[in-house]
Every structure is written in C-alpha cells, then in structure tokens.
Design a protein around this ligand. Structure first.
Ligand code: ZN
Length: 573
C-alpha cells in the first residue's frame, strides 16, 4: 500500500513537471494545511477564482455537486465558526471559519447547517425576530475540527443551480485569495483558449466608447495561437491591446476564467494581470478591467492590457506606461500574449507590430460636455437637479453630458433628467437630487427616483428634492410607490387543515420600491419565515410549537415606502 502510494505520488509529480509550471504570485501560501471542502471526486469547477461576472470578479471557486443539493460540506482545517450569514439573496446561507494560520474559509449557498450550528442560527433568528442574519460568534462558541461536517451543499441565494461556493480569505484584510494557491487540487491539463485580439487607437486620450478598435481573428489549439487573417498589425500613434480568453479544466468543467494575462514587447513584459487575490471593495472595477462599453452592447468581455488611471485593482504588475504602447520607429516588433490558468497551463499568442510612423492621428472626440475628472470630486448643480460624484467614483476623465427631457405622460413628478449614459462605468453609486413638482403634495413619503427602464433607485424626500444613489448613469425621474406588496398563498387558505403538511408557502412581490420586511405570527407569536429573492418564495417550516388544533396566522409584508399588506387566516394542524 505504502509503496503504491509513493509510486502514485512520483507519477503525479512527473506529470505535473511536464505539464504545469510555476504561476505568477506575489505571496507564498500554505500548501498542505487545507483539505477540500467536499468529498466529490474528481472535483470539477463550474466557476473559477476571478472569473469575469457582471459587475464583479468571482470571489471564490464554485464546486459542481452533480446537479444535486445535500452533499456534506467539511471544515477544511481546525478553527471556529467566525461568521454566520443568512440572506434573501447573495450567499443565501453561508458559514465562515477562522483558522489559526491566518486564513478564513467561506462556504456559500448552503441548503442547511450541521445540527449544532443550525440550532444556534434558529435561536438567533428567534431572539432577533429576523430571517436575515449576520452574526460574528465568539471563538469558543462553535469550534470545528478539520473534516467535521459543518453544513450541506445547496442552491440558496443568488445561485443559478446546485453548487458549493468556496472562498479562502486573508482573515485580517478580508482580501479573497485564489483557493488553488493553497494546494486545493483541481485536475486541469487544458491550456486557456484565446479567441480574439483587439487593437485600440488610444491616441493619448482616455479610453471610452469613442475609442476606435480593430478586431483580429485568432486561431490555434493546445496552447499555440496566431493571428489568422494578417501577418502583422500596423498601428498609428499610441495603441493598447486587449484579448478575449477563457479556460477549461479536465472532465466536467464549465467555461471558466484564466489566471494571468501577460503582454510582452520585444521580450520585455509591459503588462501583467493575475487573479491571485483582490479586495471586495475593488471588485466592481472589473468594469474598468474589461472594455465595458463593448461588454454592455455585445456581452463580449475583452480584457484590456492597458490600465485606466482611476482603476484601483491591485491585480496588475510589470506595467510600462500603463500598458499604452508607442513605437518610435517603423521596425517590426515582436509582441506576445502569455495566458496562464491557475494550474500553470499556458497559451501563447505571438504577433508582429509595426508603426506607420504617424504620431498624431485623428480619432473621434467625445461629445462636448462638462469635464469630469477621475482624480477629484465632481459636481453638477442646477435648480432642478444636483449630481455629486465623490473622488473614487470614476476610472477615467470624460465629458459629462446632461439633458432635460419632457416629463412622462403619467405617474411622474418631475421631468426626465438624462445623467450622462450607462456606457461610462462607475466604481460606486453617485448622489442624485431631483426637484419634485408641486403636484407631489402629500405623497412626499412615497417618492422614489426611477430610471426610464422602470427600476427604483430608492429615494428620500429632502427640502423639495428627492435624493437617491443610483449605481449607474442613465435617465431618471420621480415616481411614487403607493401600492402594497402582494401576498399569494400557495398551499394554505382560510380554514384549511394543514395536518401532515410540513411547511406553508407563499409568493410575495412588490411593484416598485422593493420588499423591506416580512413577519409571520402564529397565534400572536413571531415565527421564522424564510425568503428566497430569486424565486420570490416565502415559507415557514412548521415545528413542535404549532400543536394539533386551531391556529391564527398573520403575515405582514411591508415595502420600502411603508406600504403594508396583511394576510390573516385561521388554519388547523
Ligand atoms: Zn460562486
């Protein structure tokens, strides 16, 4: 047995030596402290660390669970439960464990917790009379040992199918780190795929939707790629490059993200991005990392190899002139993209670049507007509208465009204000005040700012204005929410005998401002109602407290504007 073990180890070391190489990382991490969080073999990932998602980088790895829920989830090492989180969306039900080596493991979308933890969660929910929970238990309350079953995998929260979302974070900074750097083995012998190359005519201007770009088709397999339609790329003036690329692992793997992208010019690295670790606060800067206008209009994620000045991500290194390229001769220059996955499998795309010798070229200017700068606070103020963007909201300078448009025919309490357009990404929300018409009258408390797409941005009435913090630019006006949420009972009705039925189910929805709270009472006592935003499902699982006999149920659902719906019935158990 022992001999065979050693032999297998040697064999895998040999095959690793042939296939995988060192990947770029700025820190070293413990390689043997952690066991995998699941016992499914071989492990397969539906999502990799840092993979490109709408408005964020994926903060962990998604283990496939054979399209089923309920696989045991194990503590990856000794430690203690440091955070218990229950949410309507997000991770749904999640568990955090602090380990003595300075790292925290996170397990998300769980179907249920192990009994001792579940008991604690339910007690806290009843004590606080709330379903959503974010608790930080003391170190001695819920200790765990490596390999203990802590929970069962699920599909709760914003999850598109059963899987385990798993993270390893630096306990002190809360930076999330690629779990594959900790010796968690995901079989992978397949190098990344490179689909296309783009050349951007930056021309010393900030990147925007007006930056011209040229597409180059890429062909190749198994790590070796080349441009398929041209022998060389001719550039004019200052240029930036970008590529589209994804990765696959062995076996039952989805299309995942790559680990690092390096760009070399004449043998010298001028740009590296790598998915080693990042801060959650910076995750939205994915919209600066990619060509965001192209993503919004075509859903294609081009990863740029030049860095916007307001991009706070710390995934970049070896930058020369922020990745912006100028050639001061008309010689042929050898460029090379090197794309690496988390296992060290590499794909190479060499290409030749030549300048046409023109320094100054004509590229379109952004339409005239007010110059907003990434490096400072920006503000626009008229007597009808005020826009404030604190420093840190923008990735680039741009010309801010503002227009007033006619008020919608009905349901509006202001004109429409076009606040630039959604192709310019924002790192955080911005503050927007819109002056309300006199007709708002006594509906002040019901006022919200809505986008012309119809979605509520929230809103608070202040001194004749409604204030909100939209996350994106767009066109906005004031509307009111006077309609209470709807409650649709699915398996219960007045007078029904619920004997033998283990839970009661409802759908609850709100038309505009969104659901603020839900509370259920049986015979006047608060009971736990659980909610799942993605399916709009609200439910209560009966327990021993609902005894045989006649009971009163009251369910109260309130929206953000305090419109209240109450559902009251009698039922039998
Ligand atoms: Zn995930």
């Amino acid at each position: 047995m022992i001999k065979q073990g050693i032999f297998l180890l040697l064999l895998s070391a040999l095959s690793l030596g042939a296939q995988a190489q060192q990947i770029f990382s700025t820190n070293t991490y413990p390689l043997v402290d952690f066991r995998p969080p699941l016992d499914i073999v071989p492990p397969a990932l539906a999502g990799s660390f840092g993979e490109l998602r709408p408005n964020h980088f994926h903060s962990g790895i998604d283990f496939r669970t054979n399209q089923r829920e309920g696989y045991p989830v194990y503590a990856i090492a000794d430690g203690y439960v440091s955070r218990l989180r229950v949410q309507n969306s997000g991770f749904g039900q999640a568990l955090y464990i602090n380990h003595p080596n300075g790292y925290t493991s996170v397990y998300g979308h769980l179907s249920r917790f192990a009994p001792k933890i579940a008991q604690q969660v339910k007690a806290l929910e009843y004590a606080k009379k709330t379903f959503e929970l974010d608790e930080f238990p003391a170190g001695d309350l819920l200790p765990v040992h490596k390999g203990d079953i802590i929970a069962y995998s699920g599909n709760r929260g914003s999850s598109g199918g059963p899987h385990l979302h798993f993270e390893i974070r630096d306990t002190k900074t809360e930076n999330t780190i690629n779990p594959q750097l900790f010796g968690i083995q995901i079989p992978d012998h397949i190098p990344p795929v490179i689909y296309s190359l783009y050349a951007y005519k930056l021309n010393k201007k900030p990147f925007s939707e007006y930056t011209p770009k040229q597409y180059f088709q890429v062909t190749g397999t198994n790590g070796k790629y080349r441009l398929s339609a041209v022998n060389k790329i001719t550039i004019s003036g200052e240029t930036g490059f970008g590529i589209t690329t994804t990765d696959k692992h062995d076996g039952n793997s989805g299309t995942n993200g790559v680990y690092s992208i390096e760009l070399e010019a004449d043998g010298k690295t001028i740009f590296t991005s790598s998915m080693e670790r990042f801060a959650f606060d910076n995750s939205k800067a994915i919209n600066s990392h990619i060509d965001y206008p192209t993503f919004l209009t075509t859903k294609r994620s081009i990863q740029k190899s030049f860095v916007d000045p307001g991009n706070p991500l710390q995934i970049y290194s070896n930058l020369v002139n922020s990745g912006r390229i100028e050639l001061n001769d008309q010689q042929l220059h050898e460029f090379k993209y090197i794309v690496t996955d988390s296992k060290g499998n590499k794909s190479i795309l060499p290409f030749t670049v030549q300048s046409d010798g023109k320094d100054v070229i004509n590229t379109p200017d952004q339409p005239a507007g007010i110059l907003f700068s990434y490096a400072k606070d920006n503000e626009l103020s008229t007597d009808a509208v005020k826009v404030v963007l604190p420093k840190g909201t923008l990735y680039n300078d741009f010309n801010f465009v503002y227009k007033v448009k006619p008020k919608p025919a009905s349901g509006a309490y202001s004109a429409i204000y076009q606040i630039h357009n959604n192709l310019t990404p924002l790192h955080t929300g911005f503050n927007l005040w819109i002056k309300a018409d006199a007709s708002l009258g006594n509906l002040k408390d019901k006022a919200v700012i809505v986008s012309t797409g119809g979605s509520s941005q929230g809103g608070v009435y202040e001194d004749g204005y409604v204030k909100a913090t939209p996350r994106n630019f767009g066109s906005f006006y004031i509307a009111v929410d006077t309609v209470a949420p709807s409650i649709i009972p699915l398996n219960i009705s007045d007078g029904k005998n619920m004997a033998g039925i283990f839970r009661m189910n409802f759908k609850i929805r709100d038309n505009l401002s969104g659901i603020k709270s839900f509370n259920g009472y049986i015979d006047g006592n608060w009971v736990l109602m659980e909610f799942d935003t993605k399916t709009a499902t609200l439910w209560h699982t009966f327990d021993e407290l609902t005894t045989k006999g006649r009971h009163q149920l009251k369910l109260v659902v309130v929206d953000m504007k305090e419109n209240t719906r109450t559902y009251s019935i009698t039922f039998y158990k």
